[in-house]
Write a protein that binds this ligand. Structure first.
Ligand SMILES: [Zn+2]
Length: 159
């Protein structure tokens, strides 16, 4: 999968409008060669995200890293619910810690989620205990409640 030259030219045009670079034909060829295995939409999103977060002009490596990270996060979000839960396996693995639970269940390890699991959820009505995921409460459920992530992060700082 590769981008065609008109797509690459559009991406360079976007980058140029954000960082005032000058763009030549050689840039189009170089970017086309570098941007392998990514879609136009992914590149466009990565360029805009880069412009919001960094002062340096965006380079193909920035785009490739951003796309790879985005794909990994998306895979982590979708990987968890697709596997049926084997309670006995999960319970046995829970004795070893969350990293092992994820390994045992074939889930993608997510450090932030695992950290949140080490504290009980402080959200009124959820109060999920240590080692258990958050409960759906109203329409505020997002896998782990935001308050719990905050609590886990604060606990880490105090340690
Ligand atoms: Zn919760």
């Amino acid at each position: 999968m590769g981008l065609d030259r008109s797509e690459v030219a559009k991406l360079l045009g976007l980058a140029a409008s954000l960082d005032q670079r000058t763009v030549g034909v050689a840039d189009v060829f170089a970017w086309q060669a570098a941007l392998e295995g990514v879609t136009f939409g992914e590149c466009e999103a990565a360029i805009i995200a880069h412009a919001k977060a960094a002062r340096e002009p965006v380079r193909p490596a920035d785009i490739l890293v951003a796309v790879r990270d985005h794909r990994r996060r998306r895979a982590e979000r979708t990987a968890i619910p697709h596997r049926p839960t084997d309670r006995a396996t999960a319970a046995a693995a829970a004795k070893h810690g969350m990293a092992d639970v994820y390994a045992e269940m074939g889930w993608t390890y997510n450090a932030q989620r695992a950290a949140a699991m080490t504290v009980p959820c402080p959200l009124v009505g959820c109060w999920a205990p240590v080692g258990r995921p958050c409960r759906k409460y109203g329409n505020r459920y997002q896998d782990m409640h935001h308050e719990r992530h905050t609590k886990a992060a604060t606990k880490g700082v105090r340690r």
